[in-house]
Design a protein around this ligand. Sequence first.
Ligand code: SF4
Length: 400
Amino acid sequence: MKKSEIEVMNRSFGILTERRSHILNDERTLELKDKVKEIRQYSISNLDELMDIGIKKLQKNGMEVILAETSKNALEAIYDIVKDESMVAKSKSNTAGEIRLSEFLENNGVEVLETDLGDRIVQFGPENRSSHPTAPASHLNVKKISEIVSDEFNQDVKPEPRAILNIVKSDILDKLSKCKVGITGANSVAAEDGSIITVHNEGNISLVSMLDTHIVIVGIDKFVKTIEEAVSIVKLETIYATGQTTPAYMNVISGPSQTADIEKVLLKDMYGAKRVVVILLDNGRSRAIDEGGECLLCIGCGSCIVSCPIYNAVGYDFGYRRYLGGRGVVFSRFVEDQKSCFDSGLFTCTLCGLCTLECPVGIKTNQLIEKLRKESVESDIFCEEHSKIAHKIQKKGSPF
Ligand code: SF4
């Protein structure tokens, strides 16, 4: 990330830290933290059972469920549904970013319309990289954004947030009206209710999920027992990610659109999606669970990167795809391999532990990184500089 972008991102993070400072130690937030920690721990420890109940219930509610063991399986399943479309609409999704869904579809002739404002701006830019899970354009200032948008639309767009919003929104709405397939992620899947829970402030997920076919791509780790549990997670994530106590929108999707308003005869295809397909992605999560599963407790609030001194110095180069910072580095070990974990910044971390202190569910990312470093060195994957220092210590008893 460029120095100027890092400065903008640090300013954005400072504003966020200030905005939520009064609420993090509120008694209700502290209670919610304990509750969510328990919910996430139960989910990860009982995932097989929750999946079993959840899949049956999702299907009973009229949704199609596809289990994708790898990212390749998920990409193939999605492509099979969208192959005849020229464009699909999409909302923000870390899981879609994990499997590089947009790149894959674009390379196969299907244009992807990002509908989140920040994501759309990032999509127009040269790097197409997001700097925060819920605020993807945190590293771009209004002047830079106006240049990116002016280039895209081939007209002068003033460096004013409202002017930028208006032109991007109207273009998105125009294109969205021609899309038949919408792709979203999900914050949680409520197993006992057979429901998908999504959260957003812009209202875009509501629009995307109302297209003829709604594809949900979600990691298997997102199963919880009930809608009530999912709401608790969403509330905590919102507090930590934005400083608000509730998001503008929380959607509960429990099947395709239907009505029984005429003589109780059940008719499908009213206003919403005719078809809802849920792709449950494993992609290394089962492996992560076999090794304790701690990194899967994450609720995606982005707090750890806001406090991380390395992320604040180098930005999105520290982390793995949409999973930013140390937690992303740890996750990459399970999604890919030790080499990818090394490349994501395994040895960049200072092990200061600020991420652990800030994490609402208490993921000890610094300790996980230390453990992975040991494994990495034992597999002969380490920094050349470190071996020089080790050599000096062996030879002279000092690293200097
Ligand atoms: S690891 Fe913790 S702090 Fe970081 S995004 Fe996940 S829940 Fe939030």
